[in-house]
Design a protein around this ligand. Structure first.
Ligand code: NAP
Length: 242
């Protein structure tokens, strides 16, 4: 790379997003990382001196608009957009409340639409871009207790394919990465029996590491991946083979 490309990673404060941030900084990208709190944003800057951490709550329209304005005002133009942040609000269907459904769709799907739409125009102009959306194995397999999350993540896959078709001729690739069971705070919330049940489904016999997802993001962001678009890369230790 002659000039440093700017990479935006949402939810870069913890888990998979933090590993993606580490990996992209190591590959010489200029990082814009986000967290929901000022502390989290400061931590990103502390971990990556010379790079930028911002506060962003994708569920709050005001926060989203303020973040987008701040990036524009600083003249930052992300060429790599990693829509990583996400939440779960698990419940079986008979008990699932409308707010549990709406929160998960807002955080995991609407945010991908809103952020991508905001940052797309400069990518079209510069005729280069990489949009990488983090979906989930449950988008493909389904999971009892996660109808909201699986629907949102399946929506991300459809979004990825459709946008890939729209912008392929402009040098922009749009791909999804579908992690299986990765060791982060998100899976840390599971009970021991839920963990054991998940592990029993994984031929590799272990949970994935955040850095194993980050390595794939780094590849899809690179020039080497310029002919891969509309794809979903499954990284799940064999848990779900398609
Ligand atoms: P995590 O450890 O819970 O971290 C979530 C990240 O998202 C944090 O940086 C958090 O910021 C941020 N975030 C949460 N709510 C947000 C909001 N409203 N607005 C903006 N950012 C928000 O999760 P993870 O396991 O790393 O998951 C990362 C992505 O991978 C998610 O999209 C998840 O659905 C997907 N995924 C994870 C697994 C897995 O097994 N872990 C499997 C498949 C897919 P704060 O630190 O400020 O809270």
């Amino acid at each position: 790379m002659s000039e440093k490309r700017v990479a935006l990673v949402t939810g870069a404060s913890r888990g998979i997003g933090a590993a993606i941030a580490d990996s992209l900084v190591a590959a010489n990208y200029e990082l814009i990382g986000t967290a929901t709190s000022r502390n989290g944003a400061d931590q990103i800057e502390h971990n990556h001196p010379g790079h930028k951490g911002f506060v962003l709550d994708v569920m709050d329209e005001g926060s989203l608009n303020a973040f987008c304005d701040e990036i524009n005002n600083l003249g930052l133009v992300p060429s790599i957009i990693v829509n990583n942040s996400g939440i779960t609000r698990d419940n079986i269907m008979l008990r699932m409340k409308l707010n549990e459904w709406n929160d998960v769709i807002t955080a995991n799907l609407n945010s991908v639409f809103l952020l991508t739409r905001h940052f797309l125009k400069p990518l079209v102009k510069q005729r280069f871009g990489r949009i990488i959306n983090i979906t989930s194995v449950v988008a493909h397999s389904g999971n009892a207790g996660q109808a909201n999350y699986a629907a949102a993540k399946a929506g991300v896959v459809g979004f990825t394919k459709s946008l890939a078709r729209e912008v392929a001729s402009r040098g922009i690739t749009v791909n999804a990465i579908s992690p299986g069971f990765i060791d982060t705070d998100m899976t840390g919330k599971l009970t021991e029996s839920q963990r054991d049940a998940a592990l029993s489904q994984i031929p590799a016999g272990r949970m994935g590491k955040a850095k194993e997802i980050a390595a794939a993001v780094r590849f899809l962001a690179s020039d080497d991946a310029s002919y891969i678009t509309g794809e979903t890369l499954h990284i799940n230790g064999g848990m779900h083979m398609l």
